[in-house]
Design a protein around this ligand. Sequence first.
Ligand code: PLP
Length: 481
Amino acid sequence: MRTGWSEVSLDVDRASIVPIYRQIYERLREQILAGALPEETRLPPERTLAERLDVNRSTVVHAYRDLAADGLISQRVGSGSRVASLDGGRPDRSAAVPWWVTLPPWRVGQFPAVLGELAASDHGDSIAFVQGVPPAEPSPLGDLSRSFARVGGDVRFVLTYGDSEGYGPLREAIATRMRGRGCAVDMRDVLVLTGSTQGITLVAQSLAEPGDEIVVEAPTYPGALQIFGIAGLRAIPVPVDEDGMRVDHVEAILRTRRPRFIYTMPSIHNPTGATMNADRRDRLVTLAKRYGVPIVEDDPYGELAAAPVEPLLARDAEYVIYLSSFSKTIAPSLRLGWLVAPRTIYERLLLRKQSYDMASSMYIQAGVREYLERGYDAHVSALRRELMQRRAIAHAAIDRWWPATMRVPKNGDGYYLWATAPREVHARALLANAERRGASFLFGEAFFAQTGGDHNFRLALTPVPRDAIETGIRRIGEAAR
Ligand SMILES: Cc1ncc(COP(=O)(O)O)c(C=O)c1O
């Protein structure tokens, strides 16, 4: 029996970075090789398929042409495209298929372009409230360069690969600082990372398998969502309010499901700026222990809080895996972060880290170790003051230039403002309009694992000059009107 083209099942993922013609090609190819589309099956006419998928006809033409080139379909004028005879059996035939077509499925996050956007710093003349980078002033560069000059001669340590766990004196300095924040950390619990992004990846890949569920905040850091998406993890979202993650929701989830871990930013949450209150911290740690689910505490901003805040790690060192970074307190170009993990999983994380980069740069670690003793504390204090001033400028500008219906909570702290636009304003449309006026930000959907954020957006207050904040906010206000 001949199968008709109406039975061809196809959909395309517009958010994917795989070109659409390639997606069509791959889906049809899979079905042909699997026998789901037998020999002589008539494929939909190009125009019909293009209409069905809402793509250009040339996209379908391109996909069919590649399938024909691989010998998987035959195209005859007048009778359209049909699945070819795979004579000699499918395995032989598949030998002729280019290798890149037979790769395992490529998992990308929901918004694959967002991480690249967070990393890219060239926005031309636009006032781009996009990247979470420290402000140009106060600059750590003078003291930092002097610190690097001091370690330059110590060839034995700083020009080798070094220990995968990290440079001993730096681990010791980090452990001492963490003890100062109330956490019982020994230097042996510290694993130095090439950026805390590496730590999120290590945790995602060492604690869970593709298909496993995890709990994340909604909204949450898009970079983490991207990593979890690539690792094939399924995120269960939990809302965040002005006191941080809604721990009552976590409890409801843990009663019926078995997520592998809970990913949270309890101290200066990205993007809302909220800090979790003490009751919720207690409750979250209690729940983690009761249900046997570890907490991954991502804390790159905690040290910048206007009032000192203890990490969750201070409450428990067995159920909390702690991540932090020098990216937000010194500079992201150092690519230097660390994690603190219980002995039970330290080795797992260490071996995986070795498979990525053997060790983080010893030279950078030694320089930063020096800097921690000469300049770091003064720099962090100055940075805190700068952040508070920038927030004050931004709030005043919002009060002045934005419609009363578009607001930002005032209780937050740190680098970001999380804005909510009125129902009728879609944040992506607002962004397009603001870009035309010379201002930009990150649209809210990127911060949600599934849906949400259509009317939200994040302003990073640090990548722009201080005196450009008001102008940028005014432009966004004009775009909203
Ligand atoms: C919550 C959070 N975690 C991790 C990172 C990445 O930090 P790193 O530069 O150390 O990889 C960021 C950067 O924006 C962040 O906001």
